[in-house]
Design a protein around this ligand. Structure first.
Ligand SMILES: *[C@@H]1O[C@H](CO)[C@@H](O)[C@H](O)[C@H]1NC(C)=O
Ligand SMILES: *[C@@H]1O[C@H](CO)[C@@H](O)[C@H](O)[C@H]1NC(C)=O
Length: 304
């Protein structure tokens, strides 16, 4: 949902104040409405557990809201510069400053309802909401809302992990590494050797095990193997499913299934990344071996 403010809303009259308030709170009101419509998910945080934490959680800096551009990545999430946020906030803050003098409709809601309603918002909405005022910022930074969003957008796995910097940062870090991982497949589709060369960490310990079963060790050897693959292999279309990421401070690993042909079963793949000089680099790629008799024979000949 897009929230836009125009300078023409001068906020001089009481009436325009109310309109601005309604526009700002629309996403939340819709969420509250859906709260009573949608079936209750068992993993969604309950108001009882979230209300207590709301007070104690520190508000972390809001991470990038540009869903398609945050692959620039940050190891702990939430530490990325709030440049985009500032641009939006500049517009919003004028309106908010005026609004805070009047009574906010949000303040009329029970805090438990607020927190629970936030767990139904999507990523951009939660980001936008956190920019409206300090109270909404606090509510939108609630860890349980971000944990619920993580479960909704990524996986119900990792339910028991306790991210050191909270679920908001973990959500951002996960989103970043999944975008980086998607780039890996874009590079293969484009068959771009320069892009693949930048994608890998230039180190002697990086390793790559292709679907052919061939094993390469060291940066130069790995990049040469991709050069050969891009030169020889036919253009293939594939679908990537079941992407699961685990992100630690400066290391992340991603598992996935890649279907070249839906009938032949997936290649099971693992990518391991390290964080250096402000971005993620691939240090290990492992694909399960293609289960075709001819390929197996070819490999035996090569390796014997
Ligand atoms: C946001 O993403 C778009 C692509 O959808 C990109 O063109 C734009 O530069 C990004 N903005 C920032 C501030 O990174
Ligand atoms: C990948 O794993 C699935 C089980 O999840 C298995 O059925 C399939 O054969 C595996 N693919 C390869 C190429 O080993």
């Amino acid at each position: 949902m897009e929230i836009s403010y125009t300078p023409s809303i001068a906020l001089q009259s009481h009436q325009s104040l109310i309109i601005a308030t309604i526009v700002t709170l629309l996403p939340l009101l819709l969420a509250v409405r859906s709260l009573f419509k949608r079936p209750h998910k068992s993993n969604v945080s309950t108001p009882a557990t979230s209300s207590g934490k709301e007070e104690t959680r520190q508000a972390t800096p809001s991470s990038s809201c540009n869903a398609s551009s945050d692959s620039a990545a940050f190891p702990n999430g939430g530490k990325a510069g709030p440049a985009e946020e500032d641009m939006v906030t500049a517009d919003v803050s004028k309106v908010v400053a005026e609004m805070q003098s009047g009574a906010s409709m949000m303040e009329l809601l029970v805090p438990e309802i607020t927190t629970h309603a936030l767990s139904y918002l999507d990523y951009p909405s939660l980001c936008r909401l956190s920019m409206t005022n300090s109270m909404m910022r606090k509510a939108a930074n609630d860890d349980n809302a971000w944990k619920a969003l993580y479960h909704k957008d990524f996986t119900f796995e990792q339910d028991s992990v306790a991210p050191v910097n909270g679920w908001k940062a973990y959500y951002a870090a996960t989103r970043a590494i999944i975008n980086v991982n998607t780039e890996f497949f874009n590079i293969i589709r484009d068959r771009s050797l320069p892009a693949m060369s930048c994608f890998w960490l230039n180190a002697d310990y990086v390793k790559c095990i292709h679907a052919s079963g061939a094993h390469y060790s060291g940066y130069n050897s790995v990049i040469r193997s991709w050069q050969v693959a891009f030169n020889w292999e036919q253009e293939v279309d594939f679908q990537v499913r079941d992407v699961r990421a685990r992100v630690l401070t400066d290391m992340a690993w991603v598992t996935m299934k890649t279907f070249v042909d839906m009938d032949s079963g997936p290649f099971n793949m693992t990518n391991v990344f390290e964080f250096h000089h402000g971005r993620w680099y691939l240090v290990h790629h492992h694909s399960s071996v293609m289960l075709r008799a001819e390929v197996d024979m070819e490999q035996q000949i090569v390796h014997e």
